[in-house]
Design a protein. Structure first.
Length: 606
């Protein structure tokens, strides 16, 4: 089922009904909550509006507020935030209004779902619809609270770790809006309960069952007269894309990882051991390491054949609908390809990619040559970043200070307003067969993941290493943190020479890290940085790990000697970050909310 299409349908339906008097006089048509159960389409609209508030970002945005990237858009709220204007009344990272709206819609729906008539002529279908819709609502609520905790959870002046006000009933004119914040642990407990409720009511996945498979229909529905066609109507292929049991289980694992992170673990009530086991539960369902997608790091955005066919990818657990556009390309292509070059990867991120051998460039044994900095590097660098001299769309992209073979200089560092500020352009997520030029615009299908399996494997590795160390299978799932990182690095092509042949010593650096929990922690964090770069994860990761926020963003200035043609590489400072690590690991409660409600405590420092 395509959620966006459903949203548009219900919006259109509501608009048509509210404009009824355009055609003929009509009675007042303002629905009240008590009226909604009488018309299931309107009742369902509450849930659809909940889906419409899902907080997932589909394009690279927040990375430009971290050490991974900057933007050439000088009016960007994220740029302004990162350079000193982040405040409780100026917070582009806020999830407060959107997620609280979503919770209100979901809570309102939960109050009427069992009173509404979804299939009045069939008792079994009525029960199945109620279960599915309730399960979806519980899953949505868990997601909204997860994002609220991530953005607004923190320590108040009384020294306690708080989440947000915990609301499980809809608010109306008689409600007391002056609610205190629940503790972080109480919010996590509610998120877990909502995920469990969703998993109890929803199928693992939505799919049609075939003749002879009726035994998979739960007994409670059989007793009400359920049959194959009715079950497929409610829980079949047409519901794909909605929250399922598998998705709810993955969300629970994500919440657990957040709660067990250094910034929150002291008072969250969740340990790394529990987080690792919850991640393992999701991964066991795909066979553990047997289900690890060997092409999952790039296939989902580079395989144009599957993208054009609107195919599903094994790497993606949950995604939005496909969209045909050239928006990301218009935003991020270099200017010679008619793009605005908005997201500029940093030298900091480029330096995080190791050599093909697997060793970091700072390692004396790596063979890194500062005079030829892109040679023999991790193959993932080329899939994520356009470096100087990259041939992209049959164009020589020169980010240095000299022209390309066609004498173009617009791609040069700081050449024009849409040029790179760092000496790099974004490559990840972009289709090189799209064309953003208005006169010959060519749009292509794009996929927008919400949850990827690589993220969950990395979450397991992080929590498992923290709980038990690199090579201990404390969850009894048949794989360890070491096994996950080894698979990710082998998939990337590390531990090989410049032509891709395995090195005699293999991935020696991984083996060194496997002997130390601290070294493995750093390696896992670096692999997460690389694998999930430009997917809006880095900002939240830095804060939950309590890592430095103020690392100056650097770039690469490349000059060419006109006589010899020799290139000179100079690392430059591009943008100074102005965060305050004494309190900005935790985001603020919106200032206007704190001013309105006396019981709502602000986080310390804001």
């Amino acid at each position: 089922m395509k959620t966006r299409n459903i949203i548009f349908y219900f919006i259109g339906l509501l608009a048509f009904c509210s404009c009824q008097d355009m055609f003929e006089p009509a009675d007042e048509n303002n629905r009240q909550l008590e009226d909604l159960p009488k018309e299931s389409s309107y009742a369902h609209g509450l849930l659809i509006y909940g889906y419409d508030r899902l907080p997932y970002q589909t394009t690279t945005q927040t990375d430009i507020a971290t050490d991974d990237a900057v933007t050439n858009n000088k009016n960007s709220n994220y740029l302004l935030m990162a350079t000193g204007s982040w405040a409780s009344d100026n917070n582009p990272m806020s999830q407060w209004n959107n997620c609280k709206d979503g919770i209100q819609y979901v809570n309102s729906f939960l109050q009427i779902v069992e009173k509404s008539s979804w299939a009045p002529s069939a008792e079994s279908k009525q029960l199945m619809f109620i279960d599915r819709l309730k399960g979806e609502a519980f899953g949505l609520r868990a997601i909204f609270y997860y994002y609220l905790l991530q953005a607004h959870g923190g320590y108040a002046n009384d020294g306690k770790l708080y989440g947000v006000p915990l609301l499980t009933k809809s608010e109306d004119g008689s409600s007391d809006f002056n609610q205190p914040r629940a503790t972080f642990a109480e919010c996590v407990k509610q998120c877990f309960a909502d995920c469990d409720s969703a998993m109890a009511l929803l199928p693992l996945d939505y799919k049609d069952i075939q003749i002879g498979e009726e035994s998979v229909i739960p007994e409670k529905y059989i007793k009400k007269g359920a049959n194959l066609s009715g079950f497929n109507l409610v829980f079949g292929d047409k519901a794909r894309g909605l929250i399922s049991g598998r998705i709810a289980e993955a969300v629970k694992a994500q919440i657990a990882l957040l709660a067990a992170s250094p910034a929150f673990r002291a008072e969250s009530g969740v340990t790394s051991e529990e987080a690792a086991k919850l991640c393992a539960n999701v991964l066991k369902r795909i066979g553990g390491m047997e289900g690890f997608d060997q092409a999952g790091n790039i296939n989902w955005y580079t395989n144009t054949t599957k993208l054009n066919a609107l195919a599903n990818f094994d790497e993606i657990l949950w995604r939005e609908d496909y969209r045909k556009n050239a928006d990301q390309e218009a935003e991020n292509f270099p200017p010679t390809l008619y793009g605005s070059g908005r997201v500029n990867p940093s030298q900091n991120l480029v330096d995080a990619f190791p050599m093909r051998s697997g060793r970091p460039i700072t390692d004396a044994q790596s063979g890194y040559d500062p005079k030829d900095p892109y040679a023999n590097r991790d193959p993932r660098l080329a899939y994520n970043v356009i470096c100087n001299g990259t041939i992209f769309r049959r164009t020589d992209i020169i980010t240095g200070t000299y022209p390309n073979s066609g004498n173009e200089t617009d791609d040069n560092i700081n050449s024009i307003s849409t040029s790179t500020r760092t000496g790099y352009y974004l490559r990840k997520l972009l289709r090189d067969d799209a064309n953003p030029l208005g006169s010959s615009k060519l749009e292509q299908q794009h996929i927008y993941p919400r949850i990827r399996y690589t993220e969950l494997f990395l979450a397991y590795a992080e929590a498992a290493n923290d709980a038990w160390g690199p090579k201990v299978d404390g969850a009894n799932v048949g794989f360890t943190a070491y096994d996950v990182i080894k698979a990710i690095r082998e998939r990337a092509g590390l531990g090989t020479n410049e032509i891709g042949q395995p090195l005699p010593e293999g991935d020696a650096y991984l083996e060194e890290c496997a002997s130390s929990q601290d070294k493995m922690t750093n390696l896992i964090r670096n692999e997460r940085r690389i694998e999930l770069c430009f997917e809006n994860k880095r900002f939240w990761d830095l804060r939950r790990w309590q890592m430095p926020l103020n690392e100056t963003v650097k770039g690469m200035k490349i000059d060419r000697d006109e006589e010899t043609g020799e290139l000179t590489y100079t690392i430059i400072d591009v943008e100074e970050r102005k965060y305050d690590s004494s309190y900005q690991y935790y985001g603020p409660i919106p200032k206007e909310e704190v001013l309105k409600w006396s019981n709502l405590q602000q986080n310390k420092g804001w």
